[in-house]
Design a protein around this ligand. Structure first.
Ligand SMILES: N[C@@H](CCC(=O)N[C@@H](CS)C(=O)NCC(=O)O)C(=O)O
Length: 218
């Protein structure tokens, strides 16, 4: 099954949009990204967006083949749809199920701490005059550090996380780690986790990661 060109509705700075871009790059699927569709802007959380996604979240994958008009939500599900030959997923059934579970852990629990609670405070500061609330950052830092500790442990164990064979789990995690690695000294917590640091460095040798993971405001 050949995947036709797709549109990823959402901004290129979103970690989840970047995950789908990485999968498209790895699978050589042609794609466009952004809020503009067929020349007109689709308002974020507007009627059309809410028709696609009941909670008004991004990304939404759009595919307009004459026979099927598809609007698909949930990043991990989108990635699986874009990988019908399972090139980015383990083949053995137990490993396949474990990889699925790992994708959920990354897109729910790890994203919550590293992106929603930690990174977003730098990207969209909510302090007075839009300044970073360092008290909030300090409060979340132990949780973010513990989460990176969990990733370090996963890399020591036999999980689908590895820079050898690129999987959907790697595509979910790489944008988050890349953003953390770009934080100023003292806030870039990755330096304390050698396996995580090496994992990210290995991923960054891939052309897909070099193209998609560019330093940009989250
Ligand atoms: N479970 C969703 C989460 C998507 C998500 O949280 N997206 C963020 C941007 S990266 C968003 O839409 N935030 C706006 C909001 O929650 O209103 C997925 O995996 O796609």
């Amino acid at each position: 099954m050949t995947i036709k060109p797709v549109h990823i509705y959402g901004p290129t700075f979103s970690n989840f949009v970047r995950t789908i871009m990485l999968v498209c790059e790895e699978k050589q699927i042609a794609y466009t990204v952004g809020f503009e569709i067929d020349g007109s802007e689709v308002t974020f959380k507007g009627e059309q967006h809410l028709n696609w996604h009941p909670f008004g979240k991004i990304p939404v994958l759009l595919e307009s083949k004459p026979e099927t008009k598809l609007a698909l939500v949930e990043t991990a599900s989108i990635c699986r749809y874009l990988d019908p030959d399972k090139q980015l997923q383990p083949s053995n059934s137990q490993s396949y199920a474990k990889h699925d579970a790992l994708c959920a852990l990354i897109s729910i629990d790890i994203d919550k701490v590293l992106v929603r609670e930690y990174l977003l405070e730098f990207a969209f500061p909510k302090g007075e005059n839009k300044t970073i609330r360092f008290n909030v950052v300090k409060e979340v830092q132990p949780k973010a550090t513990a989460t990176l500790g969990i990733i370090e442990k996963m890399l020591n164990e036999d999980t689908a996380l590895s820079s050898q064979e690129f999987t959907i789990a790697d595509a979910l995690l790489a944008p988050m780690l890349h953003y953390i690695s770009n934080l100023p000294a003292g806030f870039n917590l990755i330096a304390d986790f050698p396996k995580v640091e090496q994992y990210l460095a290995d991923l960054m040798t891939r052309p897909s990661c070099q193209k998609v993971l560019i330093a940009k405001k989250l």
